[in-house]
Design a protein around this ligand. Structure first.
Ligand SMILES: [Fe+2]
Length: 183
């Protein structure tokens, strides 16, 4: 039975698992040193390429337009809120990436800023996914059915060979596996 949201819900579980690792790594105080910087660096890559380039792109380019075709506003209401949160997440991931570089270069001020940005991102992505899974996606499951649902699933399938900065989706799933292995 095709579903307009099953694939996205599945991707959410992987994003939440990596966010939980980031949260745990940040909870470990390393006096005078950055917090598990290699793991944080891998998490940032995963969030940039999997959570944003692969997953949010499917929502923004495929699911949300399908909801708009059903009459939902792209600018206000749940879709508008989700788009705003995607932007906030992007800014935090960009900031984490810059701070990881500064921490590696020995900038002592970078560590607390990195902790703040990372905990802000974990909080944001956790509540964002809860809203999508619990509200917007349930609405999508009701609204997008029949041929519209088939078209949506075909659009997801067309992305099978997509590359994200040269990485396949499977590469990014494997990266998550490595992160979860050390987390
Ligand atoms: Fe999502």
């Amino acid at each position: 039975m095709p579903s307009p949201t099953a694939l996205l819900r599945e991707e959410h579980q992987l994003i939440l698992a990596v966010a939980a690792v980031l949260d745990r790594v940040l909870a470990v105080e390393v006096p005078g040193g950055p917090p598990g910087i290699d793991t944080v660096d891998r998490c940032v890559t995963f969030f940039r390429l999997f959570a944003d380039a692969c997953h949010h792109a499917k929502e923004e380019n495929i699911l949300f337009p399908a909801l708009e075709a059903c009459g939902m506003s792209p600018d206000s209401g749940p879709v508008g809120v989700m788009l705003g949160e995607h932007e906030q997440g992007r800014a935090l991931v960009r900031s984490m990436g810059e701070l990881v570089g500064q921490a590696r270069d020995g900038d002592r001020d970078a560590e607390p800023a990195l902790r703040t940005a990372a905990s802000g991102f974990v909080e944001l992505i956790t509540s964002h996914i809860a809203k999508e899974d619990g509200i917007l996606f349930d609405m999508a499951d009701q609204l997008i059915q029949g041929p519209a649902c088939d078209a949506l699933c075909a659009a997801y399938a067309e992305l099978a060979d997509e590359r994200y900065e040269g990485h396949s989706k499977q590469d990014l799933v494997d990266l998550a596996g490595e992160i979860l292995g050390v987390g």
